[in-house]
Structures are given as structure tokens and as C-alpha cells.
Ligand binder design. Structure first.
Ligand SMILES: Cc1cc2nc3c(=O)[nH]c(=O)nc-3n(C[C@H](O)[C@H](O)[C@H](O)COP(=O)(O)OP(=O)(O)OC[C@H]3O[C@@H](n4cnc5c(N)ncnc54)[C@H](O)[C@@H]3O)c2cc1C
Length: 383
């Protein structure tokens, strides 16, 4: 099903698909195996104008909608989930700057991000805060015309390569969200250093690392939104990021189904193609239902969040939860269908599985999303 995609969205899908298969897919295996940051793939996205997909044309972006972004993320992920995660992070962080920065910063920074000349990162997680943003300790103390930031962040996608860090800091002393602010911190700022880089189960090309702030002086003009006003900026970024993460999961699930159909036709066991076994046709049937359900949820969330609105992006929370968990099941079925071959590095399936595994952890782990949805629906979410 084409989800009633408009001609324009179909065109975007075809362009993204062609670019991903020609320019990104051939590099995906090396990106994973050698933990190489995929600069060439990002360059290809930049040349096609995709890095500024959601930014207004006045800043050099494409001014496209969230569905276009979801379709691009899906197609890029089918080729290389590492590139897709860096892309989604960049686009979501750029949204934070668009929403919260003052005009002089937007005029200087957004054209660089729209053209993909510089990368943006989203910087929230700390060693002791985990998934709970309210536990963030990195402090930003008022020092006249600047904030002095101290603290450390961990697991940051593009930690070493980004130039603009949308960073969550504590500006107040009370426990609630009104003590949190978002700051745009630039790479060359004195007192900011990168720390360890982590090798992980998957997503190794994304350069997951630490950021260390030691008396890092950030001009007050780099505040995004109001002091104590992290939540509106953070929720907007979360909405975009979660739709993007869900779309990456969709891309990986679709790619696994595609591989499985090809394999069931071509692999002959004891004189029979695998497709002759009803048990394996069942698997393919189940996978196809799940992939379509993921696609409908992801595209539906993108359409329903098209108009920015204050508050929790419920559709994005649901899509992220459903798509990332379901994609793992689809990829697992695909591995089963491929037997021992699926478990080897001869095929990209094992990479899909490892990359997809990180999606249920990042940007609110599954359990946190479930709890958040429950709290919102019961009217128990603290404001
Ligand atoms: C691929 C990847 C990319 C990432 N990129 C970034 C990035 O760019 N920027 C960034 O800031 N962070 C990033 N992260 C970090 C990520 O957001 C955190 O890993 C996540 O928020 C969980 O924090 P934690 O790892 O400290 O887990 P912990 O907080 O230690 O939690 C461990 C587990 O406990 C459970 N849990 C925790 N809190 C609750 C709760 N309140 N209710 C119920 N269960 C709970 C969950 O199952 C969770 O998985 C990335 C992580 C991954 C895997």
C-alpha cells in the first residue's frame, strides 16, 4: 500500500530510495565493521538538500513536512541505519534551534545546518540521569552575560563530529522541569571537550561519545527559548526525533522482509525452494502484516504531528514504541527464515538486528514511553 502518498511524497520517496541505494548502501557494511563515521553518505544527503528537510526555505532548507522526513529516514535506514540515526539526530536538533534560538543565531547557524555543512547533536543523557531528564545535573550558573556550564554527558550521537550541541542544562534549583533550560553550545567553546567514545552492539558508525563541560562559558544569547523553558523545545525535538527513530525501525523491518522474500525464492534446500515450506510462507505473511502496521503507525504519526502543537507528542511516543519493538520482531523472524546464513556477516541481516536493538533504548526506552503514556492518559503527568 502507498498510504495514499501524494505525488510529491512519492517523488520524495523515489529520490531518497535511489540516492540511498546508489550512494549509501555500498558503504554501509564498512561503516559498521570499522566504526567509521559515514561522512561520504552524509555528504550525499547534503548535496541532495535532505539535511535541511524541515528547515524553512528562508534558511536554505526544503521546508518539507514531517511525512517527507519520515519517508527519507525510512529509505536511508534501509541502506544504512547509522547514517539514518545521524540524519534524524541532526534534523531533530535543528528543530530545537529553529524553535528556540534568537534571530541572529538562526541567521548564522541554520543555513549551515540546512546545507549539511555542519552537524547538530542532541545532548541530554548523563551518567547519573539516565532516561530521566528531570534528574539532569549539568549546571548552567548565571555569570552576567553568560552561563558557566559544568557537568558531563554520555552516549551522544555525533559527539565528536557535530559542531552545534543542543544541550539540556539545569539553571534552577527546584526539582521540576522549570529548572531545565536548553543551550546551544558551539564546538570551539573553551571548557568543552569530548571524552570516551563507546563501541557498542550496533550503530557503531554514529560515534557515541561523552561531552565534558568544565567552566564552559556560553553566551546567554545562546539560550534556546526561555530560561527554565526546556520543555517546549525538548518536546518539539522529541516529537521529530521519535518519528525519525520509528521510521528507521520501519526501514530496517522493510529491508528484512525484502531480503526474506528474495531468499525464500532463491534458496534451495534438499531440492526445494524455501518458499515451498508453508511454515516459511507463514513467516513472510506475518512479517508483511507487521511491516504494514509499522508503516501505517509511522506515517500516521507524521501526518498527525504535521502542525506543531504544544504539549506531549502522543502520536510520536506511540509510533516510536510500536515501531521499534515490532521491527525487532520482524528482523528476528527474518533471521529465522535465513537459518545459519542469516546469522553470518555474509548478509546485512545481523547488522539490521544489532542496529535496531539500540532503537528501543534511545530517546526514551520502551518502559519509559509506556509509563509516560500511562501518566499522560491518567492525568498524572507532573507539569
Ligand atoms: C543508539 C543510541 C543513540 C543515543 N544517542 C543519544 C543522543 O544523541 N543524545 C543523548 O542525549 N542520548 C543518547 N543516547 C542515550 C539514550 O537516550 C539513553 O541510553 C536512554 O535515555 C536510557 O538511559 P540509560 O542508558 O542511562 O539507561 P537507564 O536510565 O540506566 O535505564 C536502564 C533501563 O531501566 C529502565 N528504566 C529507566 N528509567 C525508567 C523509568 N522511569 N520507568 C521505567 N523503566 C525505566 C529502562 O528499561 C532502561 O532501558 C543514545 C542511546 C543509544 C542506545
Amino acid at each position: 500500500m502507498d498510504f495514499l502518498l501524494s505525488e510529491q511524497h512519492q517523488m520524495i520517496r523515489n529520490t531518497a530510495r535511489e540516492l540511498a541505494s546508489l550512494e549509501i548502501a555500498p558503504r554501509a557494511s564498512n561503516t559498521d565493521e570499522y566504526a567509521q563515521f559515514p561522512w561520504d553518505s552524509l555528504q550525499a544527503l547534503a548535496q541532495s538538500g535532505m539535511m535541511g528537510v524541515l528547515l524553512p526555505t528562508t534558511y536554505g532548507g526544503s521546508g518539507a513536512d514531517l511525512l517527507s522526513f519520515a519517508i527519507m529516514s525510512e529509505e536511508i535506514a534501509k541502506a544504512c541505519a547509522n547514517t539514518a540515526l545521524i540524519f534524524v539526530t541532526h534534523v531533530a536538533a535543528s528543530q530545537g534551534i529553529l524553535l528556540g534560538a534568537r534571530d541572529s543565531i538562526k541567521d548564522r547557524v541554520l543555513p549551515l545546518l540546512a546545507k549539511g555543512q555542519k552537524l547538530a547533536a542532541f545532548v541530554a543523557t548523563e551518567p547519573d540521569s539516565g532516561a530521566n531528564v528531570l534528574a539532569i545535573q549539568a549546571s548552567a550558573k548565571d555569570a552576567g552575560d553568560a552561563y558557566v556550564v559544568n557537568g558531563s554527558k554520555i552516549f551522544i550521537t555525533s559527539a565528536e563530529e557535530a559542531e552545534f550541541y543542543v544541550t539540556v542544562v539545569r539553571t534552577g534549583t527546584t526539582p521540576g522541569p522549570s529548572s531545565l533550560s536548553a543551550l546551544l553550545i558551539e564546538k570551539e567553546t573553551a571548557g568543552l571537550d569530548t571524552g570516551r567514545r563507546f563501541l557498542r552492539l550496533g550503530m557503531n558508525g554514529t560515534s557515541s561519545g561523552e561531552l565534558l563541560f568544565s567552566d564552559c562559558r556560553v553566551p546567554k544569547s545562546n539560550l534556546l527559548g526561555q530560561e527554565g523553558g526546556y520543555m517546549p523545545v525538548g518536546l518539539a525535538m522529541a516529537g521529530t526525533g521519535m518519528v525519525g527513530m520509528a521510521a528507521i525501525a520501519l526501514g530496517l523491518a522493510q529491508a528484512s522482509l525484502d531480503l526474506s522474500i528474495d531468499y525464500a525464492k532463491s534458496r534451495v534446500v534438499a531440492g526445494q525452494p524455501l518458499g515451498n515450506y508453508q511454515a516459511l510462507r507463514f513467516l513472510i505473511g506475518e512479517m508483511s502484516v507487521m511491516v504494514e502496521a509499522i508503516r501505517n503507525t509511522v506515517y500516521g504519526s507524521a501526518v498527525s504531528l504535521a502542525a506543531p502543537s504544544p504539549g506531549w507528542p502522543l502520536a510520536a511516543l506511540r509510533a516510536k514504541l510500536f515501531a521499534t519493538e515490532s521491527a525487532l520482531q520482524v528482523i528476528d523472524k527474518a533471521l529465522q527464515l535465513h537459518g545459519g546464513t542469516g546469522y553470518t556477516k555474509e548478509l546485512p541481516l545481523e547488522r539490521y538486528y544489532r542496529d535496531a536493538r539500540g532503537l528501543t533504548l534511545h530517546l526514551s526506552p520502551t518502559e519509559v514511553i509506556k509509563d509516560t503514556l500511562g501518566l499522560i492518559l491518567l492525568g498524572m503527568m507532573p507539569s
